[in-house]
Design a protein around this ligand. Structure first.
Ligand code: GDD
Ligand code: MG
Length: 367
């Protein structure tokens, strides 16, 4: 089975993480984000994957390669200009099989694609959209269905008065190649706004999976939540198998004088100072140094970062190669970009975002 994945967006809402690394390969726990999608697809019988790309594609290629690491044949298609969610598919038309999965490239999910495909075959659909419930459908595509699953209405980004169901399109579709015939070539076409409405009553079905985990990881808050859900095992991934029933992975060579509380992942080459407290819900990438008495909770600290003594890191993301001086607090959803230097005794909180390679002097920021 073939899958095409849409990865054309710039990931602007995840900046500064995506200022230096394209969103598909932003590290999530212990692997690039796209690895979760590839492992999920592979587990449902996909062997051939085409990535429909726009932004920084060389960096994505360098990380994911030819897919052989996942037993997949991975190919890349670059649009000359952004073609939209349907236009990108049209542009790749010559590579498409008769039937294929199409995925939005920004969701972390364990939707049962095998069951979705079985329903698609049973109903003889032209397109089957996976549906998941959410509390607030306004940021998504709302989908109304008949009892047999046939879609009777699709509303992209509904206004509050249009909401009469909690089911939205999860960004995972089974499509027949005939759907691609509906897309006009050589222009920007939105599959949500131009193609789904045409298919309502004409072979478009919904497959509701109310038990699945589903999250669009496009903001720092949801990136953190996705990290926690992976290490707590709320979403089925290969990380769950790696962590086992202890919900803990500390590499053999870690120099650990302080405490690590699960769920937590501490990668190779990390050093945890005396009386430091790491966890729960923490990921430390390779070669991270945590100073004495520093507390790290509900946080992601990426590789090579050095944190001084007596710091507090809570509910935050600190990108790779950052240095943080003693006594500094990074809390409240703050995101620190790659290669930043922060002096001693700073307080960063309230969702502040520090862009890559910025330098903040001692006591330079207080709230
Ligand atoms: N190649 C390519 N070209 N990819 C694109 C383009 C493009 O021009 N535009 C968007 N994409 C990719 C994005 O990178 C993302 O992976 C996917 O298409 C969906 O685009 P988003 O910009 O993330 O859309 P959204 O999240 O607002 O809404 C979509 O996803 C929801 C579920 O998360 C819609 O499909 C909704 O109907 C759906 O509910
Ligand atoms: Mg999205």
């Amino acid at each position: 089975m073939q899958a095409v994945i849409l990865v054309g967006g710039e990931g602007t809402r995840l900046r500064p993480l995506t200022s230096t690394v394209p969103k598909p390969v932003v590290p999530l726990v212990d692997r690039p984000f796209m690895a979760y999608m590839l492992e999920w697809l592979q587990s449902h019988g996909v062997t051939d994957v085409v990535l429909l790309m726009g932004y920084l594609s060389t960096a994505v290629r360098n990380v994911l390669g030819d897919g052989s690491r996942w037993g997949l044949n991975l190919r890349y298609v670059e649009e000359p200009d952004p073609r939209g969610t349907a236009g990108a598919l049209k542009f790749a038309e010559s590579l498409l099989d008769e039937r294929f999965f199409m995925l939005n490239g920004d969701v972390l999910t364990d939707i049962d694609l095998t069951a979705q495909l079985a329903q698609h075959e049973r109903t003889g659909a032209r397109g089957t959209l996976a549906l998941v419930p959410v509390d607030d459908p306004t940021a998504y595509g709302l989908v109304r269905t008949e009892a047999d699953g046939a879609v009777k209405g699709f509303v992209e980004k509904p206004s509050p008065d249009q909401i009469d169901t909690d089911l939205i399109s999860a960004g995972a579709y089974v499509l027949e190649r005939s759907v691609v015939d509906l897309i006009e070539p050589d222009r920007n076409v939105s599959i949500e706004r131009e193609i789904w409405p045409q298919l309502v009553g004409d072979g478009l079905y919904g497959f509701a999976d109310r038990r699945a985990y589903w999250m669009d990881i496009g903001t720092p808050e949801r990136y953190l939540q996705g990290t926690f859900d992976i290490i707590e095992g709320h979403v089925r991934t290969q990380v769950t198998e790696r962590l086992g029933s202890s919900y803990l992975s500390v590499a053999d060579d870690v120099q650990q004088a302080g405490r690590v509380v699960p769920p937590a992942v501490v990668e190779r080459g990390c050093r945890i100072g005396e009386d430091a407290h790491v966890g729960s819900l923490v990921v430390l990438g390779e070669g991270v140094t945590i100073g004495a008495r520093t507390v790290v909770e509900r946080a992601v600290v990426l590789q090579g970062t050095e944190i001084g003594e007596d710091c507090v890191l809570r509910d935050c993301i600190v990108a790779a190669g950052t240095r943080i001086g003693s006594g500094t607090h990074v809390t409240g959803g703050a995101v620190v970009g790659e290669g930043v230097t922060i002096g001693a005794d700073n307080i960063l909180t309230e969702g502040v975002r520090v862009y890559p390679h910025v330098e903040i002097p001692d006591s330079g920021i207080r709230f």
